[in-house]
Design a protein around this ligand. Structure first.
Ligand code: 13P
Length: 252
């Protein structure tokens, strides 16, 4: 039985005061929740103050990215050690906005996943197809390719550190979520692929989140799908009441 895992990706939003207020709001809503794993992923600059606001709650902290080198001349980048130092447990890696706006490649994403696991962070590894790829019937091929390349060389002993997040790019921030059936189809495909790459025990244990216009109104239906183990939530995670409602609706 996979424990549901919901994470809020705050993206490039909030300021110092509103980040702390939101974190406190999340703690007030679901701070002591234990049937669901919960994380929030604020911008780097607010990690420390959000960590303080989350202390003594069950809400974990995640970063929105991580660099694969431990330290050195990498202007603007943030290492695993630094993220651990400010109490991060998770790091989102390979988000579609980083793939398509910043230009991150599968090879770079793979390096980041290796570095994160080695450094004791739990990657939330994002994959997902563009609208034209879905319309061209290429969803499975694109997503499978991203999964294989992103996880290349990640061994059996380490793979369960990873949560996979299926985020169809056309559903992100558009208000148009994948239907529960569309999400389930891709999640089942990913789980089957993990069974082939690793084994059935690992495939049965790995958690696969859905992301893309998830909101309180569609949470129960998305979460009712057998292979949807959680949500990676953008816009709706910026309101503590909505995020809290989604967590409460996900207690399977
Ligand atoms: P929205 O929930 O705003 O569509 O964003 C999803 C997402 O990209 C989470 O990482």
């Amino acid at each position: 039985m996979r424990k549901p895992f919901l994470a809020g990706n705050w993206k490039m939003n909030m300021d110092a005061a509103s980040a702390v207020a939101l974190a406190k709001g999340v703690v007030a809503e679901v701070g002591q929740v234990d049937g669901v794993d919960v994380a929030v992923c604020p911008p780097f600059v607010y990690l420390q103050s959000v960590a303080a606001a989350l202390s003594s709650s069950n809400v974990a902290l995640g970063a929105q990215d991580v660099f694969h080198q431990p330290n050195g001349a990498f202007t603007g980048e943030i290492s695993c050690t630094m993220l651990k130092d400010v109490s991060c447990s998770y790091a989102i890696i390979g988000h579609s906005e980083r793939r398509h706006i910043i230009g991150e490649t599968d090879a770079l994403i793979n390096k980041k996943i290796h570095a994160a696991i080695a450094g004791g962070l739990l990657p939330i590894f994002c994959v997902g197809e563009l609208l034209e790829e879905r319309q061209g019937g290429k969803t499975d091929q694109v997503v499978a390719d991203q999964v294989k390349k992103g996880l290349e060389g990640v061994c059996e002993e380490r793979i369960l550190a990873v949560t996979i997040a299926y985020e169809p790019v056309w559903a992100i921030g558009t208000g148009v979520n994948a239907t529960p059936q569309q999400a389930q189809e891709v999640h089942a495909m990913i789980r089957g692929l993990i069974a082939k790459m690793y084994n059935k025990t690992i495939a049965d244990a790995i958690r696969i989140q859905y992301g893309g216009s998830a909101k309180p109104a569609n949470t129960a239906e998305l979460m009712s799908q057998p292979d949807v183990d959680g949500l990676l939530i953008g816009g709706a995670s910026l309101k503590a009441a909505d995020f809290g409602a989604m967590i409460k609706a996900s207690m399977k």
